[in-house]
Design a protein around this ligand. Structure first.
Ligand SMILES: [Fe+2]
Ligand SMILES: [Fe+2]
Length: 413
């Protein structure tokens, strides 16, 4: 298990006996809230869990401790390692000895069933109660206040740091879970029925992610290189464009001439050529077509369909073709989706990062100046052709205009 940190108070006799008492602790989230233990006596919080007894695995101890302390049952199949924390301090019960504790933390889920709690003497003495909290990060502050409350400071500090780490990790897990579900949902939509192949979007994304790896995060560009001045990820862009392609498709009432599956596939591959063009300096759209072709043919896609998808990839940069009344509708949707990314509130955040990338001591005025010169004019000049594209673009324009307007007021006397 990954080591997260160590708390060593160095207040013990280094030659003293070592008392080892490993423990297992649970990070439990349900319906957006977290289950934690609150000490009424010292007003601090900790994750449910406790000592691992002889003959027990950490997972068994976790299930038993959560049940004893909170009455809830951990679902064994949901237990996932998070990390461990080593704690070393003078043993309160044996002052000449060292108390050494490996604390194993796990993410897990619980069922709805609840049984009466059974508390140990010290738990009753500290007035422990199981409570649900909205935000783990708020408990960092709560425990900091409780550090001098008379409770065990090493324990309160350990849990304080764990609330910080677990808060971040839980949000990331939820974000990644949402993403996985969204990718799954892409394949559950209407099928084109062109042939018997079921596209594996997750595999395609993994392939594109790996191919783009060296250029995924760019940050080496010089002044004037725009988004290359911070950690802009091509792969993250690809996934966002996929979201926009899906939204555009869903919003379009007349789907004549729209090839949903080919749109999804072309979107996933549209910028894969960056892996080559970043080195060769060539046209990334043209470079993307052979990579896409190779993947699709090796995955059993027929030649004509492969050529169509590769055409979408190769042509996606020719944005001047958007106003051509005869443009392929699927290609147009890919282009609009591509252009919708990096705009709106995301554009404001991106441009703020760019301002900071160019100037170390950037001020609010510098940001305002940048928005007026670049962000706002780009946003106001809509390249959208379809009503659906215009709908999303206008929504973004509205918020950017209002943002700049209010920022101007905020920085003016
Ligand atoms: Fe592109
Ligand atoms: Fe793109």
């Amino acid at each position: 298990m990954k080591e997260l940190f160590t708390i060593d108070t160095h207040d013990y006799n280094p030659d003293g006996r070592v008392h080892v008492r490993p423990s297992a602790r649970a990070i439990i989230e349900k319906n957006g809230r977290f289950l934690v233990m609150h000490s009424r006596k010292y007003d601090y919080y900790k994750f449910p869990g406790g000592g691992i007894e002889a003959g027990e695995t950490p997972e068994q101890a976790l299930i038993r401790e959560v049940r004893e302390e909170s009455g809830y049952f951990v679902k064994p199949e949901t237990i996932e390692e998070f990390g461990r924390v080593l704690r070393r301090n003078r043993d309160a019960k044996d002052p000449d000895a060292i108390f050494e504790q490996q604390n194993y933390y796990y993410f897990c889920e619980i069922g709805d069933e609840r049984v009466p709690i059974t508390q140990e003497d010290y738990e009753i003495e500290e007035g422990f109660e199981a409570v649900w909290v909205e935000c783990l990060f708020a408990l960092v502050r709560a425990n900091r206040h409780a550090l001098r409350s008379g409770g065990d400071p090493a324990l309160i500090e350990r849990e304080m740091r764990m609330f910080d780490l677990a808060d971040e990790a839980a949000r990331k897990r939820n974000f990644e879970r949402e993403e996985t579900q969204a990718i799954k949902a892409l394949s559950e939509r209407k099928k084109d029925d062109t042939d018997g192949i079921v596209p594996d979007y997750a595999d395609m994304l993994a392939f594109v992610g790996e191919t783009l790896e060296p250029v995924q995060t760019e940050g080496e560009g010089g002044v004037g290189a725009h988004k290359l001045e911070f950690g802009y990820s091509r792969f993250e862009h690809t996934k966002r464009v996929l979201g926009w392609a899906r939204r555009l498709y869903d919003r379009t009432p007349d789907k004549t001439g729209l090839r949903y599956e080919d749109l999804m596939i072309a979107t996933i591959f549209h910028d894969v050529g960056r892996a080559v063009s970043a080195v060769s300096g060539g046209d990334h759209a043209a470079e993307g077509a052979p990579i896409t072709r190779k993947y699709l043919l090796s995955h059993g896609y027929p030649e004509d369909r492969t050529e169509y998808i590769c055409g979408l990839v190769a042509d996606h940069s020719c944005k001047w073709r958007m106003t051509d009344p005869d443009i392929d509708r699927t290609l147009l949707m890919l282009m609009e989706a591509d252009l919708l990314d990096d705009m709106g509130v995301l554009g404001l955040v991106m441009d703020s990062m760019i301002v900071r990338g160019r100037k170390k001591n950037a001020t609010f005025y510098d940001c305002y100046n940048h928005y007026c010169r670049y962000t706002l004019p780009m946003q106001k000049h809509s390249p959208m052709v379809t009503p659906e594209g215009r709908f999303f673009w206008d929504e973004k324009t509205e918020i950017v205009e209002r943002f700049v307007e209010l920022l101007h007021r905020d920085i003016t006397i």
